[in-house]
Ligand binder design. Structure first.
Ligand code: DGL
Length: 275
């Protein structure tokens, strides 16, 4: 049993959607979250820059004595996972892409009519990691892909419920989904979870998959195998507090963090890694 926290990070607020799921599945665990809100979005930046930022964040989470890391960001997982595992060889690090591909590839083995696609940031889509992993798991399976670079800035600006969000969705997806006759859509960016309901409303026939569930299950397996799960929580020994860091912390970010984790008294702190 290990009471130390799990470190979770993302370029911004999207990864918080994975934290809510993690705490729902493993309520005894404690989380230290880092959202790099000062340097978001990552999805249009260079590979070396993203690797550098990711190393800084993991080093910061290690200072908080985190027992494992969950990368709640597809962009980082697509191009920095191996690098992070090399830099921090003793630390269990769980990415977000492999678990969902493994889950869906097993499901698609028996489903003939599926036409699947992934949407994500430019970096994630250009990395080609989703189609490549599907090919390895399910030879011959074709996965369509589409970058939607405006989605993250709109969400980080607090505009996810604005008509502009709908315009961006129609702009990137109407033709793409129709021409590919897409039946299944993977949200290959944790921010997109926050517009899931809008996507469902606009494309009601589409099956939409968010990778957070598969990732949290993969994390749970790693913690179990390595004897790192937190112990029992009781009234005498309640679970410790979760901590949320952001590298830019305006009032609107504070509010969005508290809203997404559904905890208005969440402990939210500022930490700028580039100072
Ligand atoms: N949530 C990140 C992801 O899953 C967004 C990346 C960005 O900052 O552009 O890819």
């Amino acid at each position: 049993m290990d009471p130390r926290p799990i470190g979770v990070f993302d370029s911004g607020l999207g990864g918080l959607t994975c934290v809510t799921h993690l705490l729902r599945v493993m309520p005894k665990e404690r989380v230290v979250y880092f959202g790099d809100t000062a340097r978001t979005p990552y999805g249009s930046k260079g590979v070396d820059t993203i690797r550098h930022f990711s190393r800084e964040i993991v080093a910061f989470l290690v200072e908080h004595d985190c027992k494992a890391i969950m990368i709640a960001c597809n962009t980082v997982s697509s191009i920095a996972l191996d690098d992070l595992r090399q830099q921090f060889p003793k630390l269990p690090i769980v990415g977000i892409i492999e678990p969902v591909v493994a889950e869906l590839a097993a499901k698609y083995q028996t489903e003939q009519q599926v036409k699947a696609a992934v949407i994500g940031t430019k970096v994630t889509i250009e990395s080609g990691i989703y189609p490549r992993l599907f090919q390895e798991a399910l030879p011959g399976f074709k996965l369509a892909s589409q970058a939607c670079p405006l989605f993250v800035p709109l969400i980080e600006e607090g505009l996810k419920d604005h008509a502009m969000m709908d315009l961006a969705i129609h702009y990137y997806l109407d033709d793409f989904l129709a021409e590919g006759e897409i039946t299944d859509l993977i949200l290959g960016c944790t921010h997109y979870h926050l517009i899931q309901e809008r996507l469902r409303r606009i494309y009601p026939k589409l099956n939409i998959f968010s990778p957070a569930n598969a990732q949290v299950e993969a994390l749970r397996q790693v913690l179990t195998e390595q004897g790192l799960l937190a112990g029992e929580v009781s009234e005498v020994e309640p679970a410790g507090e979760n901590l949320f860091y952001a590298s830019d912390l305006s009032g609107s970010y504070r509010k969005m963090i508290a809203d997404i984790v559904q905890d208005q008294s969440a402990k939210i702190k500022f930490k700028n890694l580039s100072l």
